[in-house]
Design a binder for this molecule. Sequence first.
Ligand code: ATP
Length: 449
Amino acid sequence: MSDKPVLLVVEDDAALQRQLRWAYDGYEVVCAGTRAAAIDAVRAHEPAVVTLDLGLPPDPDGTSEGFATLAEMLALKPDTKVIVASGHGARDSARHAIAQGAWDFYAKPIDIDALGLIVSRAFHVHALEAENRRLAARGDAGFGGLIYASPEMTRTVRTIERVAPADVSVMLLGASGTGKELLARGLHDMSSRSGGAFVAINCAAIPETLLESELFGHEKGAFTGAVRTVEGKIEQASGGTLFLDEIGDVPLALQVKLLRFLQERVIERLGGRKPIAVDTRIVCATHQDIDAMVAAGSFRDDLYYRLAEIVVRIPALGERSGDAGLLARHFVTRHAATMKSAVTGLAPDALAAIDAWGWPGNVRELENRIKRAVIMADGKTVTAADLDLDDSLTDALPLNLRTVREIADRKAIRHALSRSDGNIAGASRLLGVSRPTLYDLLKTYDLHG
Ligand SMILES: Nc1ncnc2c1ncn2[C@@H]1O[C@H](COP(=O)(O)OP(=O)(O)OP(=O)(O)O)[C@@H](O)[C@H]1O
C-alpha cells in the first residue's frame, strides 16, 4: 500500500470511476460501486475523505441508497468527511445530505478542479480535527475547552463546527451537565462573530418578573428602582452571540416578545420609545422535551421554528464511548493541582468503575465525584471506593479489528502504568513485553509514561 492518503470514491458509473482515479494522483483512490463495497472500504482503509454519488444501485435514479450509505459510513466513522454529488436539480438532496452530516457537496457533471479543491480542503480539515482530538486525548483541551475523543461527541462537535460559520439559529438539546454551554461558547468562537461578545443567560435561574428587563434592558425610570438606563443581554450580545440556556423556561408572554425580536431584529428597552436595531445571533439550549412542549402549547411553535433552524442533540456522557475515563483523568489532574493534593491518578478499579457507570448527571456529576474522591483518597491514586459507584457494563460496536486491538492495548497500557505508578520497567513486566516494545507502543498511541 502507498503512503498517499486514501480517497474513497463511491460511484457506480465505471467510466466516472476511471476518470476520478486518473484525476487525483496525490491520493490513493479506492473505488466502490455499491453501499456494501463502500462500507467494506471504510472498514479496511478508514479513509479521511469520501466522495459519494447518492444514486447507487438498487436505486440509481433516486437517493435512498446514497443516504443509507452516508448514514452507515458516519455511524461507523463519524469523523469521515463525506462529499456528496448533487445531480441535476438536486440541491435539496445536497442540503438534506449536509443536515445528515455530509461535509460538502459538488454538482454533477464533475468539474475535476473544483472537486479537487473541495477534496483537499476536506483532507486539511480532517487533519486539523485529528490533531485536536489527539491533544484532547492527552488532556489538553480541544474545541471550546471540551475534552472528548468518542465518535459520538466527535459527531456532535463536527456538526457544530459545520453550522458555526453559517449565521443560523441553533438549538442544543441535551440533559443537564452535558456541556451545552461549553459547546455554545465553542460555536461562538468558531463563528465570524468571535470578535463580538458571547453573552449567556440562564432563563430558569432568573425570576419571571426580571427576565424581560434582563433580556431587553430598561430606560431610566421605567419602573421603581430603575435609576439608570441598562442595556439588556440581547443588546450586550450585539455583533456577537446570545446563549439562552433553558429556553423552555421562558414564559409565554415573553416568548411573544422574543419572537418579535427574531422577526424584526429590533428591540425596545422597557420604558423605551424607540426601536433599537440589534444584530445578535441566538443559540439556545434546553434539557426539556421541547417538542412535547410545542405540542402541549406551552412553547410557541413559531418561536420554536425561529430558534431551531438547526437542532443539535448532545449525547449523554453514558453514550460517549471512552470519554468518561478521559474526562476523569483530566479532572483528577485539575483538582489535585488546585487542592494541592498528592493524588496523581486513578487506580485500575476506579477506571473500570468509571467505564461501567451510567452517569445520569453527566459531566457535572463526574466532575463532582472526582473532586470529592480527590479529597477522600488516602494514597496517590483515586480508588473505586473513593468514587462511591456501583457497576454495570456497556459496550459499543467496534469499527474493525485494528480499532478493537488499539482500544484493548490502550486500556491495558493505561492500567499497567497506573498500577506501576508510571514506571516503564514495572509496566512492561506487567504487560509481558520488553521495555523498547512498550516505548514503541507509548509512541504509537501517544500515551505518556
Ligand atoms: N467535554 C467536556 N470537557 C470538559 N469539561 C466539560 C465537558 N462537558 C462539560 N464540562 C464541564 O461540566 C460542567 C457542566 O457543563 P455545562 O454547564 O456546559 O453543561 P450544561 O449542559 O450547560 O448544563 P445545564 O443544562 O445544567 O446548564 C461545566 O463545569 C463544564 O465546564
